[in-house]
Design a protein. Structure first.
Length: 258
């Protein structure tokens, strides 16, 4: 048994203990992420480098989990395996009901589009698209007719109703990250992955983005996996996973700090 720790597109589960969200029933005991004996080895000039080593974990629906550790410990690589952006060298990877171990690249892209939202440190907005167009993009990929209406609604939720037609270069760093967060959530994903979402922001703006991130995650009932160097930010999650040398060395439950 696994130890319990509990390119765009994306149904959402529910608040923990609630009967349903968006009309989709959810079995609370079903893990959103299951990793078993996962290895990740990458080639370098010096030869093969072990990035993740025999890593196993299970994360239940609706949880919030921080992954912490020094640079080079494997935090972001683990997040990329969960996102299907890196393919595990060995082991079993199951995310939101999708068995990543047996999916093609197209299958992985479809799985991401169906179930996963990703927020990057560097925003990764399309520079030639407005804020509204950036947020609508995942829905357009899915052929949804109300893409722009839903994008407008999400941008309102993140406080950018007045910035719909602005391009990324016309937005501050905090505003760009709000657009990126709206884009990650517009498809109502079951799983939200955030890689150092405040890394390029000043302290005040970073705190505002974090408050918004946790508020939206709670309202939409998504499972949140957060990679961070910030120990105080990590303590706002239900659980903290500490990594070193590609391994999980500690799991702390019930952290949630104000």
């Amino acid at each position: 048994m696994l130890p319990s720790i509990g390119k765009f597109r994306q149904p959402a589960p529910l608040f923990r203990g609630a009967p349903h969200t968006y009309g989709v029933p959810v079995i609370a005991s079903e893990p959103v992420i299951e990793l078993a004996n996962v290895d990740l080895t990458l080639a370098s000039r010096a030869g093969q480098v072990a990035i993740l080593r025999d890593l196993s974990l299970s994360i239940p629906a609706g949880d919030s989990v921080a992954i912490v550790g020094p640079s080079g410990s494997g935090k972001t690589s683990l997040l990329m395996v969960m996102a299907g952006l890196e393919r595990a060298t060995a082991g079993h990877v199951k995310v939101a009901g999708h068995d990543f171990s047996h999916l093609s690249e197209d299958g992985l892209a479809l799985a991401r589009g169906a179930s996963i939202g990703i927020v990057f440190q560097s925003f990764h907005l399309v520079p030639t698209m407005t804020a509204q167009e950036n947020v609508a993009l995942p829905l357009q990929f899915r052929g949804e007719a109300d893409a722009f209406e839903r994008a407008t609604e999400l941008l309102g939720e993140v406080g950018l109703s007045h910035r719909l037609t602005h391009f990324p270069a016309q937005l501050s760093g905090g505003e760009q990250q709000r657009v990126a967060l709206a884009r990650a959530l517009v498809t109502r994903p079951r799983l939200l992955l955030a890689d150092e979402p405040t890394g390029n922001l000043d302290g005040k703006t970073g705190r505002q983005i974090v408050d918004l991130l946790f508020s939206l995650q709670a309202r939409r009932g998504a499972t949140l996996i957060l990679v961070t160097h910030d120990e105080r930010l990590a303590e706002r999650c239900h659980r903290v996973i500490r990594m070193a040398d590609g391994r999980i060395i500690e799991t702390i439950d019930g952290t949630v700090a104000a």
